[in-house]
Design a protein around this ligand. Sequence first.
Ligand SMILES: [Zn+2]
Length: 138
Amino acid sequence: MNQSSEKKVTGLTSTHSEEEWEKRPPTIDIIRPETYKLLSKEAGNKGTSLRKLCNEILEMYLEKEEFLSKYIPKLKKLAFEDNILFVRDSKINKTAEISYNDGLIHCSICKKSLCFHTLYAMSQSDIARLEPGQRKKR
Ligand SMILES: [Zn+2]
């Protein structure tokens, strides 16, 4: 019995029933060839399979989201638009606009680069999409 079949799958929300899962687990496509190449290289560097690496990444993502909602429930990412990461702070009822300028992440509320909002923003994958500079107009 391999590791994946040992886990009991619960809470399925896709069209895959548990019965179908037993017959054939769902698969996903890696859309961009460059992403496939980079993930395959990463798997090789870690001495694991692409399948295991992708599953680890997905599981870590879900665990991170659960951790953030449990321990930092007052902060929530609203969107990434116009080169700004919007973080809602329900404790103060304001939205922080996180940007990247002069080599530092910046918070529009606290007017500094190291605060709860920027730390939270650093936990979001979208942070990698911030480009140096100001808000981009559409
Ligand atoms: Zn802040």
